[in-house]
Ligand binder design. Sequence first.
Ligand code: AMP
Length: 249
Amino acid sequence: MKILVAVKRVVDYNVKVRVKSDNSGVDIANVKMSMNPFDEIAVEEAVRLKEAGVATEIVVVSAGPTQCQETLRTALAIGADRAILVETESELQPLAVAKLLKALVDKEQAQMMILGKQAIDDDSNQTGQMLASLLDIPQGTFASKVVVADGKASVTREVDGGLETLALTLPAVITTDLRLNEPRYVTLPNIMKAKKKVIDIVKPEDLGVDISPRLKTIKVEEPPKRSAGVMVADVAALIEKLKNEAKVI
Ligand code: AMP
């Protein structure tokens, strides 16, 4: 079984981003970039499936600028076999990424596609669902457990009030939730080995995909500053404020 994993290069989760002065977006100049955390979980899950003898090959894909090669190298160091960069300097929205991934899935004939449940920069939570829809195959989103047997994937997902388990026929799309696994640390020998693995570079045009944006960002603003709290003298004063000022009780 061939697994295709999508990995996005995003602003590192430790970075506190700032809004640009013209409110057109966030400033990512000279900011640390890393693999989207949910995608690290996706790569780890694919590697575990390969180690368990379920998967035979793991292909990682990233779409974006040349620097995405660093993200792909990290995925190769975790244990992916080869990588594809869909290189473009243009802005990519979830539908465009889903179309690019569909073209690659058709080409690679992968049986399982693993994506993060969301990218922590745009928080869209759309690409996996759109990919499953474009391919017209089953989807198991927000997976916290994946078991593959007899050509089926059993995906456990956390839903309001409990756990839901879906049986998906393959090929299928799975998106990862935080609890699925804890990605391994990348070791130096594996980083060295990853340098020898192949990264193929293609352009969106080579895949016949129109990536033009469908959505326009009108304005990006900082969230309102929280006002300072007040100390109350006793419980009675607190209750009085909750009742008459905040009006929550
Ligand atoms: P989103 O729908 O933007 O929240 O992204 C969900 C998931 O889609 C991410 O966790 C990635 O697995 C995948 N994805 C989104 N954008 C890209 C990209 N430019 N390159 C590779 N994978 C992506």
